[in-house]
Design a protein around this ligand. Structure first.
Ligand code: ZN
Length: 192
């Protein structure tokens, strides 16, 4: 599948239900680990398509910021069988009051060889590994670049893979919190 320069959109209503998804959204998130996002079923709650409690907390912050009238974009990585691609994940207010548009825009840049751990259909063992949902770093002794962490944890690069547990690394948590901080109620803008 060609994903270069592709833009996918999800529209979330004020009650957090997903009211619209671009063609291609489901196939993209079925093939990629990206932002802890899962395929959409019509009229599903946005929260049912986000895996993990820390990623959920980050989206809570992002949606709150968009609903206060501000747009936020962060660069994340989307990993699939063939390649890992940089993607801009953004949230912005749209249309009716409280509606938010979540966009995934491929930036077309790629890094490293494909890794079996990010192959969605890979056979999984009972082992678990913490993976940052946004930058795809892996926790071993601290958060590390994926190949380095897998070597430290002695997980194989081929064959059955450990289960991915969706987390958020310290750096991504800081980036998202800092991006949203100026727009939060009571953030010292004199209007709270
Ligand atoms: Zn991260």
């Amino acid at each position: 599948m060609r994903t270069d320069h592709q833009t996918l959109r999800l529209t979330i209503a004020a009650n957090d239900s997903v009211v619209r998804a671009s063609d291609g959204w489901n196939s993209f998130v079925e093939e990629h680990w990206v932002g802890s996002l899962q395929p959409v079923v019509p009229d599903t709650s946005f929260w049912s398509i986000v895996a993990g409690s820390r990623p959920t907390a980050m989206y809570d912050l992002l949606l709150e910021t968009a609903r206060s009238g501000h747009s936020i974009g962060i660069d994340v990585w989307a990993a699939a069988r063939e390649a890992t691609t940089k993607v801009e994940l953004s949230v912005a207010p749209c249309g009716a009051l409280g509606h938010v548009e979540l966009t995934l825009r491929s930036l077309g840049r790629r890094r490293h060889q494909p890794l079996a751990i990010f192959e969605k259909m890979a056979e999984r063992t009972a082992d678990e590994v913490d993976v940052c949902s946004f930058c795809l770093s892996v926790r071993s002794f601290g958060w590390q670049e994926v190949e380095r962490a897998l070597r430290q944890l002695r997980f194989p690069f081929v064959g059955p893979q450990p289960q991915i547990v969706p987390r958020v690394c310290d750096q991504c948590e800081r980036t998202i919190s800092t991006s949203c901080a100026p727009f939060r109620l009571g953030a010292g803008n004199g209007l709270a």
